[in-house]
Design a protein around this ligand. Sequence first.
Ligand code: 4AZ
Length: 243
Amino acid sequence: IYGGLKAIPGAHPWQVSVQAKTKGGIFFNHICGGTLIKPCWVLTAAHCIEKKNDYRVMVGGLNLDLNDPQPQLLLAENVFVHEQYMETATGVYNDIALLKVKSSKGECATENQLVKTACLPKEPFADGSECSISGWGATETSEHGSSHLLDAQVLLISQEACSTNKDYAAVLDSGMFCAGHLKGGVDSCQGDSGGPLTCERNQTHFIYGIVSWGDGCGEKGKPGVYTRVTKYVDWINTKIAQN
Ligand code: 4AZ
């Protein structure tokens, strides 16, 4: 996260760290963010889980290095990548995936003060709405990312305004939206991918976007691009109902 601050414990209780174990390896490494949407289900970006690795998620943790506070570790027993997910030389489309997760005892996430699910959005939020992004990804001072969860506020940008960037206009479709700040400086970055952009209405937090792509991080006129979750609510609900 560029232009972010250390997240207050409990501010993003649906935030998870998606971690991969490479073939023959023994350690899990943070690769992406994700969002707990049901005790057994994590929403993330498809481009995070292209490889046939073992995946686990850390729920209820703020620091990736210290086990502080005591996080729940759940293994992905099933991975569902969107059937029309596609990455071309110019862009990434339908960048959404679901992980079905279970603890070694066969249990789903246990909700508490630091672990809660985010709601799926039913209605759009207006352009200009202030929403929240969070993650352990690259910052202006560390390309390796932050061991402590960071967050920032960004504004939803209309398709029309975002398309004034010609490079973006060539890729943007109805399954994406842009968010950021006109002047740059506040943005998601590498390692935040898959994580949440949440918007609040009547004290309810909706998972409105999934960190997907962008031309660099925090640059003026190059906002972050997010998977538009409202377009995929039926896909999500169908996958969960069938599995
Ligand atoms: C990435 O490489 C990435 N500034 C994620 C988000 C953004 C750019 C790149 C948005 O995963």
